[in-house]
Write a protein that binds this ligand. Structure first.
Ligand code: PMP
Ligand code: GLN
Length: 392
């Protein structure tokens, strides 16, 4: 059969989770917590089921949840989205991204991705007939121990066929966030080029060291051309619920909803009512960053002096570690050996590049997920500290 995606197999997350399972390794690979959502949230969903919210939700989402999202965006990002026409509840950030790309990218359009890039974007752009144009972030250095945006390179990649730029901050896998300066660069670029911005903000509520999340929604000049997407799975420790949302100006939302309604029509009703109730009465969004910062620091401090040198993580629940002390194997091989021989699952950062085998994709980095209970993190640290470095 002629495949539409001949070079695509299972994702690196599935592959490495299976390997961790096969070898009973601690899975710091695929990003998901090993703890439950707040019992109050589960109760809110139970109550919604018992109250009879069990049939199809409206296509765009139940109004109370769209209103709760609009209130949250107004409070935290100072942008007023109309819950009627500009907010859509989706089957995770995944479906929001896929629906947005499918609706907005036409055959022959160029779409810019920033490498390293989350695995979903490129295949969906290709399915829509678009051409992926990749712009690498600047890799970590001694002075700046994290990946950083290269705005000149981004602007250089824009051309007459550029339809969209995909951004993902806080960034998976690098943990880099956007600064005010970054937003100013983006505003300048957007004022010179007529492009759409697809902003994957799945980790919007996980930002460290007193910084705050700078959504593209927070600047009117960006919001008017942006599709802003997030995931309740990340925010409420419920990745298996697959529920998220999408905010965009009315004209963009209308096109995206045309795709959403035929991809899923609508998403689970009791979850939507439960989340709306929880958001209104119980959610403590502001505490999430502190919760995860403690976990980041536990892992980071635990690794000091080991063969895994932590880089800076400004947000998300991921920490990159430099593995130069372990020799010069490719990242993927290193991740497999770490799982099989040392009982720790990890994700090679090279998997977020077009060609994972290319030298430019291999910075000797692994991604570790710290959304784990403290005892899990402590066991992982013990195992990682026991991995010997190779003599230089
Ligand atoms: N975007 C990014 C950057 C992610 O890391 C993830 C999931 N980890 C998603 C989108 C998908 O989110 P969801 O599980 O809500 O579909
Ligand atoms: N986004 C998650 C990660 O980066 C994985 C989600 C998935 O497995 N598709 O680990």
């Amino acid at each position: 059969m002629k495949s539409k995606l001949p070079d695509v197999g299972i994702t690196i997350f599935t592959e490495m989770s299976q390997l961790a399972l096969d070898h009973q390794a601690i899975n710091l690979g695929q990003g998901f917590p090993d703890y439950n959502p707040d019992a109050l949230l589960i109760q809110c969903v139970n109550e919604a089921m018992l109250a009879g919210h069990n049939q199809y939700a409206p296509m765009a989402g139940v109004p109370v949840l769209r209103e709760a999202v609009a209130e949250k965006m107004a409070r935290l990002q100072a942008h007023e989205y109309d819950p009627g026409d500009e907010i859509t509840i989706t089957s995770g950030a995944t479906e929001a991204l896929a629906s947005a790309i499918t609706a907005l990218v036409h055959p022959g359009d160029d779409v810019i991705l920033i490498d390293p890039a989350y695995d979903l974007y490129a295949p969906v752009i290709r399915l829509a007939g678009g051409t992926v144009v990749r712009v690498p972030m600047m890799p970590p250095t001694q002075d700046t121990p994290r990946f950083a945006m290269d705005w000149n390179a981004l602007e250089g990649a824009l051309g007459p066929k550029t339809r969209m730029i995909v951004l993902n901050f806080p960034n998976n896998p690098t943990g880099t966030i956007l600064s005010d300066d970054d937003l100013a660069h983006l505003e300048r670029i957007a004022s010179r080029h007529d492009v759409l911005l697809l902003s994957d903000e799945a980790y919007e509520h996980i930002v460290f060291d007193g910084e705050s999340h700078r959504s593209l929604a927070s600047r009117p000049a960006l919001a008017e051309r942006s599709v802003v997407i997030s995931s309740f799975g990340k925010t409420f420790h419920a990745t298996g619920w697959k529920i998220g949302y999408l905010c965009a100006p009315k004209s963009l939302s209308a096109e995206i909803r045309k795709v959403h309604q035929f991809m899923v029509f609508s998403v689970p009703t009791p979850m939507q009512h439960g989340l709306a109730n929880y958001l209104r009465k119980h959610a403590r969004l502001e505490q999430l960053s502190t919760f995860y910062q403690q976990k980041r620091d536990r892992l980071k401090t635990g690794l000091e002096g080991s063969a895994f040198r932590p880089l800076q993580s400004q947000g998300t629940f991921f920490l990159l570690v430099d593995t130069s002390a372990l020799g010069d194997s490719k990242e993927k091989e290193l991740a497999r050996r770490l799982t099989i021989d040392h009982g720790i699952g990890a994700i090679p950062v090279s998997a977020f590049y077009e060609d994972p085998n290319a030298p430019q994709a291999n910075h000797r980095l692994l991604r570790l997920c710290f959304a784990k209970q403290d005892p899990t993190l402590d066991r992982a640290v013990e195992a990682l500290r026991a991995v010997p470095g190779v003599a230089a």
